[in-house]
Structures are given as C-alpha cells and as structure tokens.
Design a binder for this molecule. Structure first.
Ligand SMILES: [Zn+2]
Length: 278
C-alpha cells in the first residue's frame, strides 16, 4: 500500500507540474539506446524522466529492483556511444544515499552530483550546468535526506575545521530559518533538511543563468526531494514555491531587508546574509 500511495503522490505531483507522461508502457532501455548524441534534443521529456525515478524508487521500496543497465552490455554501450542520462540529481555524499540504487537505475542513466549537505556552490552548479546544458537532461532533482550530518552539524553548532566551514556555510541560512519557525519542535531537524533543499535550489537559480533560461524555455524542470533513510522512500517536494521570483535575475530583484531574511510565505527559504560571508 505504501508503494501504491507513493506512486499516487508521484502521479499527482506529475500532474501538478503539468508534466507530460506517456500512457504506454515505456521501455526505458530502448529510450536510452535511442537517445541522440549530446547536444541534440533529449530522448525523454521531464515527465518521463520523473516517472522513471518514481517507478525506480517504487521497485527499490518493494525490494524488487530490476537491476537493468548494470551489465557489461550497457557498460560497453555507453563507453562506445557516450552518456545520455535522463536526469541530473544533486544529492548528499552520505553513503546511505546511493542514488542509482535507490532509484534502481543503471550505468549512464543518471548524472549525479554528490556533495555533503547537497549544497549548490560554484563547482556543484558548474557540474549541474554540464548535466542540464550539455547532456540536456530535462529534469534536475535536488535531494536532501533525513539524518543529514551536514545539516545536523550546523544545527548543533559543531566545531568544524579545514575546508568544512566554507562548505557548511551554505547550509547555515536554511538552519536559521528552520530555527525561526520550528525551534523546540521535534520536526526541527527534518524541516531544516527540507529548507536546505529549497536553499540549494535557490542558489542554483541565483547563480546559473543557464538553468534559468532552460527553465524559462520549458526544457528543464527543477524539483526538490527528500530521501527517508529509514524507509527508503523518496518524498517529492515539487518545484520551488517561489519559482517565479527565482526566475528573475538576482540584480533586478528587490533588495533584502535589514537582517537578511525575506518576509515570504512558507515554505520559504532563508536568504543568505552578509554574515555568512558567502
Ligand atoms: Zn547528508
């Protein structure tokens, strides 16, 4: 039932995003094999790409992964003919979040960026632009997860050294916003993870003209997701609630009020303040 319910949620989300999904059974391997060379139009649209991930996670949840595309045939095919992934996924490096496994995908199916806290800083955004702009994936998923150590470290004010402060300062604004709304609540940690997903998406839109133009052209959908470590389920969060604002180039947006937090309706995303130095 849980799997069916998740599929239903995924389907509703699909409809809400106005994504197009084929009614016919789709042979993913065929689609991938038929994908055009890099630089050409993608073989699948964002609706189909989304459905591949929803259905793959359902197979993973049922304990019946297909394991398709993990054999020598696929390995040799993509080595010879190049990669044609159908989705770009930004996720955490946490070893408990194995992206291809939890979506039951094979070699060459998903262009994955993994970094602690699934943050979007310069290198991550550059990699994402390669995925959506050069490999033409029609779908970008930013996926946080329960029990994220990077978010927890910021919440706990853990002392960090080396290059880690520059990493976790990307997470700090989301934690501050979560604290402002959920301090003392048992939901605080998970809400901070969710807001960190929105923050990461906001950073991508803010710093990537390419992503903004692809979304504007209808060639790319950007959605958030939350992976539940305990159950293996992916909870789909949909598009950023302030997508319209994010589509506006940063220079032409209204400036932030003193204190740096935007007075927005929830679910909102904290703005990075000068105090973060980032
Ligand atoms: Zn994590």
């Amino acid at each position: 039932m849980r799997v069916r319910r998740l599929l239903l949620v995924g389907s509703l989300l699909l409809a809400s995003l106005r994504l197009v999904a084929s009614d016919t059974a789709h042979d993913q391997a065929h689609s991938q094999a038929a994908a055009p060379a890099s630089g050409a139009a993608p073989a699948v649209d964002s609706g189909e790409a989304f459905r591949f991930l929803v259905e793959g996670n359902a197979r993973f949840l049922e304990g019946k992964p297909s394991g398709a595309g993990r054999d020598d045939v696929r390995r040799l095919d993509v080595a010879k003919n190049g990669q044609h992934p159908f989705a770009t996924v930004l996720s955490c490096s946490d070893s408990r979040v194995p992206v291809e496994l939890l979506f039951d995908q094979g070699i060459g199916d998903v262009f994955v960026v993994r970094v602690a806290g699934n943050v979007s800083d310069t290198d991550e955004i550059g990699t994402i632009e390669y995925g959506v702009g050069h490999l033409n994936t029609p779908l970008l998923v930013v996926m946080g997860h329960t029990g994220c150590g990077a978010v927890k470290a910021v919440m706990d004010g853990a002392e960090v050294h080396g290059s880690i402060p520059a990493l976790v300062d990307n997470v700090a604004p989301a934690v501050r916003l979560a604290r402002s709304k959920f301090e003392g609540s048992p939901r605080l940690f998970q809400e901070a993870v969710r807001m960190n997903v929105w923050m990461s998406i906001e950073d991508i839109f803010k710093h990537s003209e390419e992503v903004r133009s692809l979304v504007k052209a209808g060639k790319l959908q950007v959605v958030g997701a939350l992976y539940m470590l305990e159950t293996g389920a992916v909870i789909w969060m949909g598009e950023h609630p302030e997508k319209t604002r994010l589509m506006t180039p940063p220079g032409s947006r209204p400036s932030l009020p003193a204190g740096g937090t935007r007075p927005t309706a929830k679910p909102a995303v904290a703005a990075k303040t000068a105090a973060t130095g980032h």
